[in-house]
Design a protein around this ligand. Sequence first.
Ligand SMILES: [Zn+2]
Length: 438
Amino acid sequence: MWKCKFKRLGLLVLLPSALAQGETLQNIRAYEAPDHTRVVLDTSASPKASIFVLSNPNRLVIDLANTRPAVGFDPDVSSAMGRRVKNIRWGAQARAYRVVLDLERPLKRKDFQLPPIAPYGHRLVIDLFDEQPAEPTPPTPTEPEGLRPVVIAIDAGHGGEDPGAIGANKVYEKRITLSIARKLAARFNDTPGYRAILVRTGDYYIPLRRRTQIAHRERAHLFLSIHADAFRNRSVSGASVYMLSERGADSEMARYLAEKENRSDLFGGVSDVSVDDMEPYLRQTLTDLSMQGKRRQSSEVGGEVLSQLDRVTKLHKKQVGHAGFVVLKAPDIPSLLIETGFISNPTEARRLNQAEHQGKIVDAIYRGVVNYWRDNPPPGTLLAQNAGGEMNYRIQRGDTLSGIAARYGTTVARIRQANGLAGNRIRVGQVLTIPADS
Ligand SMILES: [Zn+2]
């Protein structure tokens, strides 16, 4: 009885001083990616955490010793609720501040701490992975069997933990890049003979080397990393296009941007799980000849894209720039980093945030790429087969002759003529000849 009283008294007396010396939990952030969900605890000092799993129902408990919530602590974690995490709760316990993740099912866990890097302080990162990785989405079967589409890997720069540049009026680079990347992917996916894949599909971070790995897995013919960076001088503006240089940057701006981009993994926090399964291709060395071929392709596509961008926006630089961007180090895929403008420039930040201007940038990149591949179709693709003459199209459910004619920029009459059709009747699976030069 006495003991108990003492304890309670002790707690009452000790609590205020413990609180005064304790650490604070400043924020909880969460990001859902296709293969994992990341929960980040921002703390005032390197956190002393005990993390354990409970079942029935499945939950992950994080106890932060000697910690209290910071003034104004009000996390918004709603964006990451869904496939893996049902709910995130928090509250004071006797000896710790407790954060509970209610899980949909048992998940694999990887946790690690990250040191401060502005704008973040100390971080405790918990990555929750599916026990069974999700099935990769099958390619859309719009091409005749045996012939591949030209595959464009579109990488929306930054994401999740890594906001990228933050411009005037709180314009976030990671949001601009995702918006432009999505529109660009849609343009290619609407084009027969092309397939776009989005390297990043939402607000989460992907390590730089993993981005090229995704492009490689999809056997991409081209890798485009989309950005909209900031510079200390707010008057600097204009779009630019860069390719990889192993020998160093060809301008001060190229060096500055490459250093900035390559710091992404410090914000994004790369756990060893994300990089320890690097595919051997990343270590392979290509012959000088094939390396030169890829470099020439990068340079030529880059030139086409720049000349199209020149029609819709100011250019920062008229030639394709060179620097040591880590994200461009896919040895066997021509790769470009496209700076769509500087969001440190208030006028450009406003325009880059507008759907109309984004659409113009998307059209320009699209036209540049399509112009290049039209003249240089990769072997084994539908585009190569069609380069000299007519195209084939396999009828999908829901297709109409007029719809197909519109997609290929031809007329119903010309399609009828090329296929000996009398009326409008077509059937799913039927292969139509689309006249050349239509
Ligand atoms: Zn960037």
